[in-house]
Design a protein around this ligand. Structure first.
Ligand code: SF4
Length: 348
C-alpha cells in the first residue's frame, strides 16, 4: 500500500462548522439566484440544503443584496459565504451583516480595500477566504505558481496583521495539471485550510471528469478541506458529483459506498436495475459501510467479499450476504425488503 501523508491544517470556524484539521471534508456549492429574489433564493437554498451541501456561497454584487441577506439570514442554517469581487465596500458590509465568511479575490481588489475588509472581518468575527483564480491575475506571461504564491502571501499578510485568525485559502485554475501543481505548492507553504476545486470546469461529463481528477487527486494527497465542483449546470448536480467524489475518499466522509459490477454476459440479473433500486433505498444514509451489487455467482461472491452487505445474481435468484456470510436466496422484491430492514437496523 502506498503511504500518503495527510496534510493536517490548522482549524478555523466557519459559522457553526469547524473546517480543517482532521474534520471531514465539506461540500460547498454556489447559488445561481440573486439574494434580491427572496422567494426563489430561499427555494433554491432549501433544495441545496436537502441535497447535502455543507456551505453555500453567494455572489454579492450590491449593497441591496447584502441588505436582502440581512433580512433572510435567520431562515438559513448553512454557513453562507459572501463572494466579493472588486468592490471592498461590499466585503465590509457583508462582514457587518451576518455572513459567515467573506471571500475576497486579491486579483481584482485593491490593497487598501483588502485592508478595510480585514479590519471589518476581525471587528465582526467573520471568517475570510482569500481566493485566487488564475484567470483574474493580470501577469499571465510569468510563472503562474510563483505569481499565485506572491499574491497569496501578500494578501495573507494583510489579514494576519489585522489579527484575522479564521482564514482559508483557495487558488484555482481551469487546467487539471495546473490546478494540482498550484494547490500542492500552496499546501506545502502554509497550514491554512484549503478550499479546492477546478474553476470553469464546463459542461456535463467533461466537467465532472476534470473536477473529479483534480479534486480526487488532491484529496488522496491529503490536500483540501472544502470542495466545490464548478459545473455549467446547477448546484444540485455539483453537490451530487462532490458527494460521489468524497464517497471514494473513505477516511473523509460518512455515507454508504455502493459498488456494483458493470455486468457482462455472465449476468443472472439486471445489475443496472437492481443497483439503481438499491441506490434509491440508500438515499442519504450516513452509515460508513460498503454495499455490493454483483451480476453473477461466478465472480460476484469473490468481488463482494470485502463488502459489508452483498447482493449477487445466481441461477436460483439473488443471493444476499453479510460480510461474506450467506444469508439466503431471494427474489428481487424480497431482497430489497431484506435490505431495507437491514439498513434500518444499521448493521455493524
Ligand atoms: S460480477 Fe459477474 S456479471 Fe458482473 S461483471 Fe463480473 S462476471 Fe460479469
Amino acid at each position: 500500500m502506498i503511504f500518503i501523508p495527510e496534510k493536517i491544517t490548522r482549524t478555523i470556524k466557519l459559522g457553526n462548522l469547524i473546517v480543517g484539521g482532521n474534520f471531514p471534508v465539506l461540500i460547498e456549492t454556489m447559488s445561481r439566484v440573486s439574494l434580491l429574489h427572496k422567494k426563489e433564493f430561499l427555494q433554491e437554498y432549501t433544495e441545496i440544503e436537502q441535497a447535502g451541501a455543507d456551505i453555500l456561497r453567494v455572489a454579492v454584487k450590491s449593497a441591496e443584496e447584502v441588505e436582502a441577506f440581512r433580512l433572510i439570514k435567520n431562515n438559513v442554517s448553512l454557513p453562507v459565504i459572501a463572494d466579493i469581487h472588486k468592490d471592498p465596500r461590499l466585503g465590509v458590509l457583508s462582514a457587518q451583516q451576518g455572513f459567515s465568511m467573506v471571500r475576497v479575490n486579491p486579483g481584482n481588489t485593491h490593497i487598501n480595500g483588502l485592508k478595510e475588509i480585514a479590519s471589518a472581518s476581525v471587528d465582526y468575527n467573520v471568517a475570510v477566504r482569500v481566493g485566487l483564480n488564475s484567470g483574474s491575475l493580470a501577469l499571465r506571461n510569468r510563472d503562474l505558481v510563483s505569481i499565485i504564491e506572491q499574491e497569496l502571501m501578500k494578501t495573507l499578510d494583510i489579514f494576519e496583521t489585522a489579527g484575522q485568525k479564521n482564514l482559508m485559502v483557495s487558488a484555482k485554475d481551469s487546467q487539471v495539471e495546473n490546478n494540482i501543481i498550484i494547490n500542492e505548492k500552496i499546501s506545502s507553504l502554509m497550514d491554512y485550510p484549503l478550499h479546492i476545486g477546478l474553476t470553469e470546469a464546463g459542461l456535463g461529463l467533461p466537467g465532472m471528469v476534470k473536477s473529479s481528477m483534480s479534486i480526487g487527486y488532491l484529496l488522496f494527497r491529503g490536500i483540501g478541506n472544502t470542495i466545490r465542483v464548478s459545473l455549467t449546470d446547477g448546484p444540485i448536480k455539483e453537490i451530487e458529483v462532490a458527494k460521489a467524489i468524497l464517497n471514494n475518499i473513505r477516511k473523509k466522509v460518512k455515507g454508504i459506498n455502493l459498488i456494483s459490477c458493470p455486468g457482462c454476459s455472465r449476468m443472472r440479473i439486471d445489475v443496472l436495475k437492481l443497483a439503481t433500486l438499491v441506490n434509491e433505498l440508500i438515499g442519504d444514509l450516513q452509515e460508513n459501510y460498503t454495499l455490493a451489487v454483483m451480476g453473477c455467482e461466478i465472480n460476484g461472491p469473490g468481488e463482494a467479499k470485502g463488502a459489508d452487505i452483498g447482493l449477487f445474481g445466481s441461477p436460483e435468484g439473488i443471493v444476499v450476504s453479510i460480510k461474506g456470510v450467506f444469508q439466503g436466496i431471494k427474489t428481487q422484491d424480497e431482497a430489497l425488503k431484506w435490505l431495507s430492514s437491514l439498513l434500518k437496523e444499521k448493521p455493524q
